[in-house]
Design a protein around this ligand. Structure first.
Ligand code: NAI
Ligand code: MG
Length: 498
């Protein structure tokens, strides 16, 4: 198969050409209704593949398969789960180039990023999480209750048991990495999982399911149903056979999912949108801060929940900072992700491109100055230029709403109190970065910032050992670290009279 500008290697081309099926109960199957969904390459709008258009019936089959598998998987030896996850990491590493290319073709991101970020991070995360499978612990206690008959004692302890069958709904910005962020903790904890990838980027999740099957995960432990959000996704969120929903995506859809889930008291972790401030203090190294701020917004075409989409820079250094930032933006190469020099690929879809361009228009209408960018890119793909906007008011749409594109707004502040007020003036609270070597200022600011992650002299400093999640409308719950234990298990109190 050839897209307009790039010859896909034959093994992957064959995989894309074959009739793609979903993975339910250890079998590759078509959608119950027989329908299919077209999958596109956003670099040239060509059709890449077709996947099953799963709906509520397919979700039901997958949940049933997962519930059946859960009966034995929940009692599986922890070190078996650990070994299988390590084997999956090895298998993914062995085919990392192929997966990276698939991710670039489906999502648009530059191939070097797919390979050295998405794939590398997914492999690391699998290995980190594998280790948790053998480290899930309870506690023993000594109760003081008075009504213990003479000569008897109490034995009391807690157990951590897998929460059950997990439904995972993930977005299109890091398709494989988001799949692994949900699949690995669930399987490590002894849960089974039904995963619904985003309709724009379903391919790497299907290839991951094949690998999981090959390394020996038992049938039904991991199931993948492809389909639309409002159909298959909504059916998964509302299914009474699901014990926990793990969702990453927009705040708007997160709220719908939470409402559906509460009907069954299904547990939820929600990783939602963000509008993360990048705060550049007067003493900051402006060149380094501008380079960091450029990465914070332009990495992955700005389609990152933690993207640094609002910059607050001290008024004395604003103009110099903007000059550096514009230089950084202009140094990026807008090209299909498969081209070696590409540092900024297309956005994921025509819909996303339209959405982002509409935000740039709104900035023009609301008095913003486009310091650089504002347009589209190479013909045929869904490109948006790296765009820096100045002169907008705090109330403007581009400052308040999640754009999810390579568009950043630079504003000024006078003192730290004003900076805190501006940074926290957002419905979101996912992440924030501070650029300064003023220890006093930095340490005074950190506790004031309403964000689940704060980074200093860096942005997107994420690691599997650090809890990740949002304050305010950026979500509920945490991923990473020991959140695997708290969010993928139930705690049971056991008390015995002996
Ligand atoms: P979305 O939130 O609709 O999609 C995320 C996932 O949710 C997909 O798998 C989708 O199929 C599923 N979904 C959609 N509607 C659903 C429903 N009613 N019930 C259950 N699942 C459902 O995001 P979309 O529409 O693709 O992007 C729109 C905007 O959302 C973006 O511009 C961005 O601002 C935000 N977004 C934020 C993400 C983040 O990580 N913070 C990720 C993706 C989108
Ligand atoms: Mg696609």
């Amino acid at each position: 198969m050839t897209t307009a500008s790039f010859a896909i290697p034959s093994t992957l081309a064959r995989w894309l050409d074959q009739r793609r099926q979903m993975f339910i109960g250890g079998h590759m199957v078509d959608a119950a209704g027989g329908e299919q969904l077209d999958v596109f390459n956003p670099a040239d709008a060509s059709q890449l593949a077709r996947v099953p258009l799963g709906n509520a019936d397919d979700i039901d089959l997958a949940v049933t398969a997962a519930r059946t598998a859960f009966k034995t998987w929940r009692h599986s030896r922890p070190n078996r789960r650990e070994k299988l996850l390590l084997d999956l990491a090895d298998a993914l590493e062995a085919r990392a180039d192929e997966f990276a290319l698939l991710e670039t073709l489906d999502n648009g991101k530059p191939l070097t990023f797919s390979r050295h970020m998405d794939l590398a991070l997914a492999i690391d995360f699998l290995r980190y999480t594998a280790g948790w499978a053998t480290k899930i612990e309870g506690r023993s206690m000594t109760p003081s209750m008075p009504a213990v008959p003479d000569g008897h004692r109490l034995v009391a302890y807690t157990r951590r048991e897998p929460v059950g069958v997990v439904g995972a709904i993930i977005p299109w910005n890091f398709p494989l990495l988001m799949a692994v962020w949900k699949v690995a903790p669930a399987l490590a904890a002894g849960c089974c999982i039904v995963l619904k990838p985003a309709e724009d980027t379903p391919l790497s999740a299907l290839m991951l399911a094949e690998l999981a099957d090959q390394v020996g995960f038992p049938p039904g432990t991991l199931n993948v149903v492809t389909g639309l959000g409002h159909d298959a996704g909504a059916a998964l969120a509302a299914h009474p056979g699901i014990n926990k929903i793990a969702f990453t995506g927009s705040t708007q859809v997160g709220k719908l999912i939470a409402k559906a889930a509460v009907e069954n008291m299904t547990r939820t972790t929600l990783e939602l949108g963000g509008k993360s401030p990048v705060m550049v203090l007067r003493d900051a190294n402006l060149e380094a801060a501008a380079a960091g701020a450029a990465q914070a917004i332009f990495f992955n075409q700005g389609q990152v929940c933690t993207a640094g989409s609002r910059i607050y820079v001290h008024e004395d250094v604003h103009d110099r900072f903007v000059e550096h930032l514009v230089k950084q933006a202009k140094a990026l190469t807008l090209a299909p992700g498969t081209e070696a020099d590409s540092t900024l690929g297309p956005l994921v879809s025509a819909k996303q491109q339209r959405r982002v361009l509409a935000y740039i228009d709104s900035a023009r209408q609301q008095g913003g100055v486009i310091a650089t960018g504002g347009g589209t890119g190479p013909d045929g793909g869904y490109f948006v230029e790296p765009t820096v906007i100045t002169g907008l008011a705090q109330e403007s749409r581009c400052v308040q709403e999640e754009i999810f594109g390579p568009v950043v707004v630079v504003q000024t502040f006078r003192d730290l109190d004003e900076l805190v007020a501006l940074a926290n003036d957002s419905p979101y609270g996912l992440a924030a970065s501070l650029w300064s070597n003023d220890l006093t200022a930095v340490n005074r600011l950190i506790p004031e910032i309403e964000a689940g992650s704060v980074w200093v002299n860096g942005h997107n400093l994420l690691d599997p050992c650090m809890p990740f999640g949002g304050f305010k409308q950026s979500g509920i719950g945490r991923e990473m670290g020991d959140s695997l234990v708290t969010h993928y298990t139930e705690e049971k109190s056991v008390v015995m009279l002996v």
